[in-house]
Design a protein around this ligand. Structure first.
Ligand SMILES: [Zn+2]
Length: 200
């Protein structure tokens, strides 16, 4: 799906969201590499040469890429989310998770990935975690954006866990609290149930 980000007025309207590729297959690097080749070539051409409209004016194109984490990582040739180096943008590792004192910035860029994967005379190694060539190397790494919905769902999951944890810590996780939660979930039309583990 493609949308013109400059067109702020219409950005949320589905009529302005354009399908550029319909792919019914599974999310697998090798297959995507195959089916995306024509699109990749066209995108390279658009970025390098711009788009000439009917009046002869040439428009400069700056592509951004956004999807959920899994698809982002496949497109970037990156390893799994549970690996030690799990971040698409910086060199943080698992042990940095939860470290709020560290300043995280975008440390990697396509210029590091390019010689490592595309120049066979180069001895340069890709940054850790990058196991395959990025499929859309024409898009700079800082133009890859994890999609808001998935980030929001993840944050909500974490916040919800914290709520339950806090109730348990204060010894308030009892039937009356559970009834309050269930009533509220019903009010916002969310199907929700508590399950009790049967002790064996
Ligand atoms: Zn990071």
């Amino acid at each position: 799906m493609c949308v013109i980000l400059n067109d702020i007025m219409n950005i949320q309207k589905s009529n302005y969201h354009h399908t550029i590729i319909l792919y019914p297959g599974i999310e697998k690097y090798e297959i995507l590499q195959e089916v995306m080749t024509p699109m990749i070539n066209e995108l390279n051409d658009l970025v390098i040469n711009g788009l000439k409209d009917s009046t002869g004016k040439i428009w400069k194109i700056k592509p951004y890429f956004s999807s959920d984490w899994k698809f982002l990582s496949i497109i970037l040739g990156f390893n799994a989310s549970n690996a030690n180096y799990f971040c698409l943008w910086c060199l943080c590792t698992k042990k940095d998770i939860g470290n709020k004192n560290k300043v995280y910035t975008i440390e990697k860029n396509m210029n590091q990935l390019d010689p490592a994967f595309f120049n066979h005379h180069s001895s340069e190694k890709p940054p850790p975690g990058h196991i395959k060539p990025p499929l859309l190397k024409i898009i700079p790494l800082d133009y890859y954006i994890a999609d808001e919905l998935h980030i929001m769902l993840r944050i909500w999951d974490q916040l919800w866990l914290l709520v339950l944890q806090e109730l348990k810590m204060q010894n308030r996780f009892n039937d009356s609290i559970r009834a309050v939660i269930i009533t509220e979930m019903r009010r916002i039309s969310v199907t929700f149930q508590f399950w009790q583990d049967q002790e064996t």
